[in-house]
Write a protein that binds this ligand. Structure first.
Ligand SMILES: [Zn+2]
Length: 383
């Protein structure tokens, strides 16, 4: 039976890669996964108001959520790929294509794990949720927040299936996106003395940003960071003094840094200026037409090595591989912000090298997909 399921699992992963699913445009893929879960005899298959698809196995008191997002970043360099970006081709034992790493291999592994869990009767005393969520790339955490808020799902544990090189990811840094605004006074470009140049005013603030960024770089050990990532300005014409300038700051956060602390930091940074700032909000619509807004303050999270979820993962891994997994943390943000924020113990494990995410010729070893499928299935037996 094992090899038949493995062959099906890999074919499914290939089909997932072939179906383009840019953020907000996941309808076709979502329906495909919904049908697959139904075929695989999930106890329930649901699509929520945002367009997240989730399958349910069992109805016991211990509730475990596996989450994978089904959207991908776009391909804008298709001609430079060595294999078709949506071919789902397997070359030298590796699955190629957009999403092969981030994170359709994990989608396939978790959907088939749900199937195997049911078939092997591992769902006794448990409820397993296999979530295949939308819009993660631009709205980290928000789609799973929506799912938990609206579906009545209250998991005891969450596994984020983002690529971790098939090792354990215990958490990740947080991030905040900050917008700083400065007002000037418009005037004709030939008479700058009659106006106030907003860009010149911003220049002083940029120097402070750079200095604070340097300060972060000098901190030894676990540290946050600050970077200016974008600047723009408004002027009524190219012959006018700009009356508005804004910059965007990417602030990476370590454990314990909260919104209040960030506010103090910003007040200090902008002290003595008339600049205003806010946490930037990103807004969009899901494939179902539902509005989604991300308030871009995503705190860091980390699970303890001694936590029962961690030790269950270590045991499940050891059983399959004969050795302990490496413990790492991710450099990027994930839907884990939504589960950890609610106090749900959260951990990460997924197939593929996260360094290949969003890159040309993104690929994932087929063996890693099978291993993730086995790990997810086996993990459930450890609760
Ligand atoms: Zn991802």
């Amino acid at each position: 039976m094992a090899t038949v399921i493995e062959a099906e699992l890999i074919r499914f992963a290939q089909e997932l890669v072939k179906l383009r699913s840019y953020t907000g445009q996941e309808k076709e893929l979502a329906m495909f996964i919904k049908d697959k879960m139904t075929q695989l005899a999930y106890d329930q298959v649901k699509v929520d108001g945002l367009g997240n698809v989730f399958g349910v196995i069992g109805n016991g008191p211990t509730k475990i959520l596996f989450d994978s997002h089904i959207d991908t970043v776009e391909v804008n360099d298709a001609v430079q790929w060595s294999v078709g970006a949506f071919s789902g081709a397997i070359v030298n034992g590796k699955l190629y294509g957009r999403g092969a790493v981030d994170m359709k291999s994990a989608v396939a592994a978790s959907v088939y794990a749900g199937h195997a869990i049911k078939k092997l009767g591992l769902d006794k005393g448990k409820t397993i949720y296999i979530s295949t969520s939308v819009m993660e790339e631009d709205y980290d955490g928000e789609p799973v927040h929506y799912l938990l808020e609206n579906s009545g799902i209250r998991p005891d544990y969450a596994i984020i299936c983002e690529p971790s090189n098939s090792q354990l990811a215990l958490g990740h840094k947080g991030r905040a996106l900050i917008k700083v605004d400065v007002q000037g006074v418009s005037a004709h470009g030939s008479a700058p003395e009659k106006g106030v140049n907003a860009v010149y005013k911003m220049n002083a603030i940029i120097k402070r940003v750079e200095a604070l960024g340097q300060k972060f770089m000098g901190i030894q050990g676990d540290r946050g960071s600050l970077a200016l990532t974008k600047i723009d300005s408004d002027a009524v014409s190219l012959n006018a003094i700009p009356d508005h300038c804004r910059i965007y700051l990417d602030r990476r956060l370590v454990m314990g840094e909260d919104e209040q602390g960030l506010a103090q930091e910003m007040e200090l940074l902008l002290d003595g200026t008339d600049a205003t700032w806010e946490i930037h909000s990103v807004a969009g619509k899901s494939w179902k037409g539902e509005d989604i807004v991300l308030h871009s303050f995503l705190p860091a999270w980390e699970i303890d090595e001694a936590h029962e979820l961690t030790t269950a993962c270590v045991s499940a891994f050891e059983e399959l591989n004969g050795c302990k997994p490496r413990m790492t943390t991710w450099d990027f943000s994930t839907n884990g912000v939504a589960t950890s924020k609610r106090g749900i113990p959260t951990i990460g494990f997924g197939p593929g090298d996260d360094k290949l995410a969003h890159s040309r010729d993104e690929h994932c070893p087929v063996s890693a997909i099978v291993r993730a499928f086995e790990f997810y299935t086996n993990l459930v037996a450890h609760f």
